[in-house]
Design a protein around this ligand. Structure first.
Ligand code: HEC
Length: 150
C-alpha cells in the first residue's frame, strides 16, 4: 500500500515536470511526425496507369480472373497503337472482347483524358506489358480521337 502510494506520487511529479515543459522537446514543424515519405520515382505513365487502370488490371497487368482480363502480353498492348488508343478511349466498345465478355466488370471509357495523358499511359503499358512496344505520341492519340464514334 505504502509502496504504491510512493509510486503514484512519483508519477504525479513526472507528469507535472513534463507539463511544465522540462524535458519534452518542442513540437516544431521540423519534428518528423511520420516516417519519411520516399520520393515518387515513377514515370508519368506509370503514375497515370496506377490512378486510372491499376484498380482493375493490377500492377502486374494480369487483372483479376472473371472480373477484368489480363492486358499483359495481350494482342491489344502488342498491336496497332491507334487501335489500342480507340479501345481505351471507348472502354472496348465495339470490340469482340467487349461483346463476348465473360468479365463481371465493364471497362469505362477514357476519352475524357487529355491526349498527352493517354499517350503516357499507352506508352507505359506497351513497354511494360506488351514486351517493349514502341511509344505512343499525343499526336497518335489525337489521330485516333478523330476516328471516335460520335
Ligand atoms: C472498372 C475496371 C476497368 C478499368 C478501370 C480499366 N479497365 Fe481495361 N478492361 C476492363 C474489362 C472488363 C475489359 C474486358 C472488356 C470487357 O469485358 O468489357 C478490359 C479490357 C482492356 C484491354 C484489352 C485486354 C485484352 O488484351 O484483351 C486493355 C488493353 C485495357 N483494358 C486497358 C486499360 C487501360 C489502359 C485502362 C486505364 C486507362 C483500363 N483498361 C482501365 C476493365 C477495366
Amino acid at each position: 500500500m505504502r509502496r504504491s502510494a510512493t509510486l503514484l506520487s512519483l508519477m504525479l511529479l513526472a507528469a507535472a515536470g513534463a507539463s511544465a515543459g522540462g524535458e519534452a522537446p518542442p513540437a516544431t514543424a521540423a519534428t518528423p511526425v511520420s516516417p519519411a515519405v520516399k520520393p515518387d520515382t515513377r514515370s508519368p505513365g506509370e503514375r497515370l496507369y496506377a490512378r486510372h487502370c491499376l484498380p482493375c488490371h493490377q500492377s502486374d497487368g494480369y487483372g483479376v480472373p472473371d472480373m477484368q482480363p489480363a492486358i499483359t502480353g495481350g494482342s491489344w498492348v502488342k498491336g496497332d497503337p491507334k487501335a489500342l488508343a480507340l479501345f481505351v478511349m471507348t472502354g472496348g466498345f465495339g470490340s469482340a472482347e467487349r461483346k463476348d465478355s465473360a468479365n463481371s466488370n465493364v471497362m469505362p471509357e477514357f476519352r475524357q483524358l487529355p491526349d498527352a495523358d493517354l499517350a503516357e499511359i499507352l506508352s507505359f503499358i506497351r513497354a511494360k506489358f506488351g514486351g517493349g512496344g514502341s511509344p505512343v505520341s499525343a499526336a497518335d492519340v489525337a489521330a485516333a480521337r478523330a476516328d471516335l464514334p460520335k
